[in-house]
Ligand binder design. Sequence first.
Ligand code: EPZ
Length: 433
Amino acid sequence: MTPPDAHDPVLRVRGGGPLEGTIRLSGAKNSVLKLMAASLLADGAVDLSEVPSISDVPVMGAVLEGLGVAVTHDVDAGTCRLEVHDDRTLRPPRDAVTRIRASVACLGPLVARRGAAEFALPGGDRIGARSIDLHLDGLTAMGATVEHGDDGVVVRSQRLHGARITLDFPSVGATENLVMAATLAQGRTVIENAAREPEIADLCRMLVAMGARISGIGTPTIMVEGVERLQGVAWETCPDRIEAGTYLVAAALTGGRVRVERVRPDDLTLPLRKLADAGASVDVEGDTVTVERGVAELRPVDVVTLPYPGFPTDLQPQMMVLLTQADGMSRCTENVFESRFSFVEQLRRMGADIDVDGHHAHLSGPTRLHGATLDGLDVRAGAAGVLAGLVAEGETVVRDVHHIDRGYADFVPRLRALGADVVRDGDGADADG
Ligand code: EPZ
């Protein structure tokens, strides 16, 4: 392992007491980036609020600016105004596209609105192959042609037409892209085996507010009747259920009590049930959820990640940390990304007792964790590494903090406000930053 470069910030975490306090949720990373992409479809401005202060937002802004969209992002106000001023560009800036997976959400809107898109393959977390074949197959069914080149794909269509598309897998990104493309296609599109993540339902509701005709929102079968044009809209980004789950797991893990506000409890049914099964007390009151460690010893539980409404893969690493502290054998099965167990090695270095057998990780607990230097790996593994540090003896150093910055707004200040001993070190941000 190469020593951390002096210029790369790291988070230094010391195990300590329980986390206690209140968190008001930010807007969802996996929603706001697609809402931003939808501005490519509109004749008029899209005004977003509750925009989270995460680094993926300005990156998506750069992608869209490269596509002729005027982007006015006020980080402090949590607002972002997007309006197309030049719709001739078909190729977004390669350096921005290759940094985040969500850039692929521009593909469908570009082909639908401008008749073509030239795309470098998207970037994002290294948690699996993450191809875009389902996106491209769906656009082909709607009449587009796809050419694969050395530096990406070129997708063209004079005018997309409606189609009946059955997705091999309920892909979040493919569902979003194809719904957005279908809003301006000629005729009716039916997408079967569509993903049902809450962020997709929210995107559909925003598109309807822009004039789209969509039914079956939130179900596995989404029907879209194409229209001639979509107008601008003002829209509030839905709360980040993965951010909520991360802090609520941390409450159970550290034996504390954390209250999360502006959450949609129905988006977290399984994670909340698994926390309760593990012995945490979970209290739901309107859009507020409070979790505290209800028992001295956490109980083992089995977790199986699946497309929504299954247990979200984006909470798998965080849940694994919790299960290292459960008294007994737990099992975590990862069905969405083939390489999302890379975090296991990090936990083992801290003393966790985990055996991986294909899709299954078998965890034996409770194990006393000791501090280590961890690679950030990806957004969720990075956050989970910090959570592990909160219950480890000694200091845990989490590197590659840029991963965490992609998906968690003000992660360090918020954790410190809950009583965590964590500081950011090495990038000029103040120690509490
Ligand atoms: C979105 O990724 C999220 N990212 C991911 O969150 C999340 O884990 C994932 O959905 C599942 O919920 C964003 O929204 C930006 P998929 P996406 O298409 O759209 C395979 C985080 O931490 N697949 O549902 O890429 C793919 O390889 C991130 O916030 C194909 O094979 O997810 C994967 O194994 C991580 N071909 C599975 O499907 C395709 O054309 C799920 O992918 C598309 C997907």
